[in-house]
Every structure is written in structure tokens, then in C-alpha cells.
Design a protein around this ligand. Structure first.
Ligand code: 6MZ
Length: 352
């Protein structure tokens, strides 16, 4: 029950023949870069908002934001009109207000997993879902992650795993705490497969991240890092992040020559989110997208959705962007698309 698909990805999907759509639907593929709270189906979010609205007591409000304020944030997320990535992160406070109980976290996780994995033609064969452990007045980080994990673990391990995200706005101490938690949960046999670095690319000091990444790697967790997502991310920062030895990278849009040489040499899989980059205007058009560079170099990539809530895409529609004829898509052959989908399956953290 995702919101209606929109934008270039929807047009690409509409331009395909029924047999091409069947081909995409039946293709074994992994979704490796989907943020839980960025992937909540709109009906689920509105249900939570309605529940909050009907029990709202303005004198003694449960959350800091009123239902009207939350609605404004959700409307902004659904009607993204960005001139850059600035402004993308703010409206998430509306979502976070609604998911600050364990019951709500369970509800959204169940809905997101179903959106990707259930039904006659699931979006993907395997989902590595990621989320930033949150604490609220009603829930600790452990309780939040436990609620998410309980839902993830209802699927076989060949179908779903969890990545715990470090937000760039976290203090080094909190980042460390999150990695310790990931390590502990993995040690107990829970389905935590890796850690991620995400959040506003202009925030945080990446010098302090090293010890948390080492801890994660020593614990056998996969490491993926959002890197060079905007042109304002300095080259030194990207080189520093690469020196931490990540297994995968998110976006990697503005890597300089030196960083690119490392990525190619180390064959680090790059998670590419085409609609996300087009809508956030970090890439001007599909033919200018760095996917073209990676394809030319036969470099491992994974096609991913990022945040289906604001971007109104789906994994199938992202694959349609590969197959549709230019200028809507890249006009790739079925053989090339099979190869790309296989690269996503080969890059999961369950294989790290
Ligand atoms: C960087 C992003 C992102 O963790 O609350 N997030 N971080 N770049 C992006 N590209 C557009 N899209 C989403 O999911 C939502 C959070 O994921 C990160 C942001 O920190 C956002 O608040 P969780 O489940």
C-alpha cells in the first residue's frame, strides 16, 4: 500500500511493455539502501496521525508538536520541492513525533517490510532495512531497535536484515553507544547485519567516527557510509571516510579523482538512488548521473529507493529507469539489468 508512484520513475515504468514489467518483477534483486522512517507508507502515517489527533489534549500534549504542526511536516515531505538537499531533513521531526512509542514503531516497521517483501510481486527478494536508533520519553534506543528487529526477524534471514544507522548529528559518545548496541545484539544472534552513517551531509565531524567504525568492523558488522552526497562535502572528508575501510558506500555523487580511484581499486559497492538524487537536485539528469561512470567501469552497484515516502518511488520503478528508453531512462538491455540486479544480491551484508 505505497503512495502512488510519481515523477520520472513512474513515467519510466509506464513506458515499459507488460513483458518488461514482468521481467523486472521477477528479477532477483536486493534493496540495500532504504531508510525505515523515510519509507513509511502514507496510509500508515496518516493512521498514526489520526490516532494522535483524536486523543490530543492541548493542555497536556503527549508530544511536543500539535497534530496540525505534524500534518504540515508530513505535507512537506510528501510534496518535496527542493532546490538542494538542504531542507530535506527538517520535516522528519513530524514523523518522529508519531513513532515515539513502541507500538507505533512496530506498526511502521511491519508496514514498511510488507511494502517491500509481501504480495504476489514483492519489490525485492532481500531487504536490508536501515534505521537510526531513537529514544523518546516512552522508549529507550534498545526498545526502539528491539521493536524493529522483532518485525524484521519474522522474515527468514534470506529475506531481511537490519542496519543500524549513525546520524551525523549524533555526538561521538552516542555513535559509540549505538555501535556497542549493534555489537551486543549481533552477539546475541539478533539480525543486525551492519551499521550506516547517514543524516544531513553538512553536519558532524567525521574525524571522531573512526573508533566506532573499528568497533563495528571488529564485531563482524558490515559498514556502509553515506559519502560525498553533496558538492559541499570536502574531498578530505571523503578520503577520511574511505580510510575507515567501508564495505559499501551510499550515493558517492561528488567523489574526486583520488577517492574514485580508491573506490574502483577496492571494488566498494555503491548504493545508487536515482530518483532521490534527481529530486534532491544533486544530479541534473539521468544521463549525467554517476551510474553511467560505474557501469562503464563494470563497478559493483546496487539500485535502491532511499526514501519512498518523500520520493514516491518503488524499487521496480527505479529498475524501470534503467530499462526505459532515453531521455526517460538509460535504455539498458535485459542482460545488463540482470547483471546489475545480481550485483545487489552479491553485495548484501549477510555475505560480508
Ligand atoms: C542522508 C538520509 C537520507 O533512520 O529515522 N536519511 N541521510 N541522505 C539521505 N538522502 C536523501 N535520506 C534519509 O530514517 C530517516 C532518516 O534517514 C536519514 C535521515 O537522517 C533521516 O532523518 P530513520 O529510520
Amino acid at each position: 500500500m505505497a503512495a502512488e508512484i510519481a515523477g520520472q520513475a513512474a513515467a519510466a515504468l509506464r513506458s515499459l511493455t507488460p513483458s518488461q514489467i514482468d521481467f523486472i518483477q521477477n528479477l532477483p534483486k536486493a534493496e540495500l539502501h532504504a531508510h525505515l522512517n523515510g519509507s513509511i507508507p502514507i496510509p500508515t502515517l496518516l493512521e498514526l496521525l489520526n490516532e494522535y489527533e483524536s486523543s490530543y489534549d492541548p493542555v497536556n500534549p503527549r508530544y511536543k508538536l500539535s497534530p496540525t504542526e505534524i500534518r504540515v511536516h508530513i505535507d512537506r515531505l510528501q510534496n518535496l520541492d527542493l532546490s538542494s538537499l538542504d531542507g530535506f531533513f527538517g520535516p522528519f521531526v513530524g514523523v518522529y513525533a508519531l513513532i515515539s512509542t513502541r507500538a507505533a514503531t512496530t506498526k511502521i516497521t511491519r508496514a514498511v517490510l510488507a511494502q517491500f517483501l509481501d504480495g504476489d510481486s514483492p519489490q525485492c527478494s532481500y531487504l536490508e532495512l536501515r534505521t537510526t536508533p531513537k529514544e523518546s520519553g516512552e522508549m529507550s534506543r534498545l526498545e526502539y531497535v528491539s521493536a524493529v528487529l522483532e518485525e524484521v526477524e519474522k522474515y527468514p534471514k534470506e529475506r531481511a536484515g537490519l542496519i543500524m544507522s549513525l546520524d551525523r548529528r549524533m555526538t561521538p559518545e552516542v555513535m559509540r553507544e549505538v555501535v556497542e548496541l549493534a555489537k551486543k545484539l549481533k552477539g546475541k544472534g539478533r539480525r543486525v547485519v551492519g551499521i550506516d552513517l547517514c543524516g544531513d551531509p553538512s553536519a558532524g565531524d567525521m574525524d571522531t567516527l573512526e573508533s566506532s567504525i573499528s568497533l563495528a568492523k571488529d564485531a563482524g558488522l558490515g559498514v556502509t557510509l553515506h559519502i560525498a552526497e553533496t558538492k559541499d562535502n570536502p574531498a578530505e572528508e571523503s578520503l577520511k571516510l574511505l580510510s575507515y575501510g567501508p564495505n559499501r558506500l551510499g550515493h558517492a555523487t561528488f567523489l574526486n579523482e583520488e577517492a574514485l580511484a580508491i573506490v574502483l581499486k577496492e571494488k566498494i559497492c555503491v548504493e545508487l538512488c536515482l530518483s532521490s538524487n534527481l529530486l534532491c537536485k544533486t544530479v541534473s539528469s539521468l544521463d549525467a548521473h554517476h551510474i553511467c561512470f560505474y557501469l562503464e567501469h563494470n563497478h559493483p552497484i546496487a539500485i535502491c529507493t532511499d526514501d519512498v515516502l518523500p520520493f514516491r518511488n518503488s524499487l521496480q520503478a527505479e529498475y524501470a529507469l534503467l530499462m526505459a528508453q532515453p531521455p526517460l531512462g538509460l535504455g539498458l538491455s535485459e542482460n545488463e539489468v540482470v547483471r546489475i540486479a545480481q550485483m545487489s544480491m552479491d553485495s548484501t551484508f549477510s555475505r560480508t
